[in-house]
Design a protein around this ligand. Structure first.
Ligand code: F0G
Length: 456
């Protein structure tokens, strides 16, 4: 069959409130052109993030009712821990309330002032948590990643030559871990090949440095390995996932992505003494190690989600529906990162709005226009997110100016996506008239969440 259908029926629905472009103009102005400051009820299609916004299955909701809320040693924790150990193979599983809590605990225990942490691309919260301990996040993404039009299937890969060059010259006592983000969210939701995971692991071993995966979207990554990497076509997804994790010494995971849960995260390590230190910090800030800031019902939802996400029909629908949106935008000649990744489409705003200079935030300007014209909420992944001011007060900018259309899991249907495409067609026709923005307020870290902007 050519038509790939959503492999689920909808049992429970949430209404969407319609509003007009005139109303949205006012709403956006009151939110200072920052889509994080808009009320969710004023959004028609919410593509701000795929994090925690997925629809849980009836089995996950049934798990919610079964949650064991005991403070210590609950059945729900045992189920959660067993599921993760079985899938990822790590010796220690530490629950946290979400991914960034796992990151904070990891970097507070392993990293110190002046350390460096290489990755393909660190996600923004990872980067911020590394900077918080005065360490240095370094990105060594592969060369193919900067060509948005090549059809190279694994643009999330680490540039292993750059990694080795760096390690050869580095004081290795100042490189506590090497990380790899799968899929590479910042770099366009692009997957990392098994070969690359293997190579990075080999380099890490050679220099005796622990290797961690930031594995929020591990299942989507595994599906890309299955369909695009030689030798994996007939391998079940679960085995691919197990192989991916077999090369790592630990991982951080936001369960709000591929565990299809509304909240949750975890941290894994094979190092027992490090696990003890992490648990000590966990008790101080998140909770006892058998709940780590989550309720028993959350642990159940995460565990069931981790099983469901491995279903091949689900992953096929997931990856193909993201591709569907990408193909439609390609046919409108709207510049996006190709090939399409797992959880989102990334529009190249620099190319789409060439008349807006980077200091006037073309990505944010496009995101605002999508809200006005269609009530669509997206996020800027450009200079608002990754730019800032250096210690001398001089502004610096991001390499790319992207707008991310993140697709929540099992939440929107094809007609919702067709609506997004229609709105983009309207915007395309008047793109030259879109104006840039300037910042009138910004915070010291993660400024995109709270910044206030004004139209120029
Ligand atoms: N790592 C990656 C690759 C992520 O994409 C995220 C979150 C995190 C870590 C942090 O996890 O949100 O549970 O604390 N990404 C979301 C997004 C917020 O919209 O891409 P968290």
């Amino acid at each position: 069959m050519k038509t790939i259908i959503e492999p689920f029926r909808i049992k429970s629905v949430e209404p969407i409130k319609m509003n007009t472009a005139e109303q949205r103009e006012v709403i956006l102005k009151e939110a200072f052109n920052n889509l994080f400051l808009i009320k969710a009820k004023d959004v028609i299609i919410d593509l701000l993030t795929d994090s925690g916004t997925g629809a849980m299955s009836s089995r996950q909701w049934a798990g919610v009712m079964l949650g064991d809320e005991s403070y210590a040693g609950s059945d729900s924790f045992i189920f959660f821990e067993t599921t993760i150990k079985n899938l990822m193979g790590f010796k220690n599983v530490i629950p946290t309330h979400q991914g960034r809590a796992a990151e904070r605990i990891l970097f507070s225990t392993i990293a110190k002032d002046g350390d460096s942490i290489p990755s393909n691309n660190h996600f923004d919260t990872t980067r911020a948590n590394i900077l918080e301990v005065n360490a240095n996040p370094i990105d060594f993404v592969c060369e193919e990643a900067s060509d948005f039009n090549s059809d190279f299937p694994f643009k999330g890969n680490m540039n292993t030559d750059m990694l080795e060059n760096f390690l050869r010259k580095a004081d290795l006592s100042k490189v506590p871990i090497i990380m790899l983000t799968v899929t590479n969210n910042t770099g366009g939701g692009q997957p990392v090949s098994m070969e690359n995971i293997k190579q990075v692991s080999k380099i890490a071993k050679k220099y005796n440095i622990p290797f961690y995966l930031d594995a929020c979207r591990f299942a989507e990554n595994a599906y890309f390995i299955k369909i695009n990497e030689k030798g994996y076509m007939d391998t079940p997804i679960k085995e691919i996932v197990q192989e991916m994790f077999s090369y790592a010494d630990g991982c951080t995971v936001s369960a709000k992505k591929d565990a299809i849960a509304n909240i949750g995260g975890f941290l894994c390590t094979n190092d027992d003494s490090l696990a003890q230190k992490k648990k000590d910090l966990l008790i101080l800030t998140e909770g006892f190690p058998t709940y780590g800031g989550l309720s028993g019902r959350d642990l159940e939802a995460v565990a069931y989600g981790l099983m469901e996400v491995l279903e091949e029909d689900y992953l096929k629908y997931r990856i193909e529906s993201t591709k569907y949106l990408g193909e439609k935008l390609n046919s409108l000649n709207i510049p996006i990162i190709n090939p399409t990744g797992g959880h989102a489409i990334y529009i190249d705003a620099k190319k789409f709005l060439p008349h807006i200079p980077v200091e006037h935030f073309p990505g944010q300007a496009l995101a605002c226009q999508m809200y006005i014209d269609g009530g669509i909420r997206t996020s800027e992944i450009g200079s608002l997110m990754f730019g800032g001011n250096d210690s001398n007060g001089n502004p610096f900018y991001s390499k790319n100016e992207l707008v991310r259309l993140a697709i929540p899991r099992r939440t929107y249907t094809q007609s919702h996506i067709d609506y997004v495409v229609e709105v983009m067609g309207i915007i395309k026709d008047k793109s030259h008239k879109i104006k840039g923005l300037k910042i009138i307020y910004e915070s010291r870290t993660l400024r995109h969440f709270t910044a206030k902007l004004e139209r120029i």
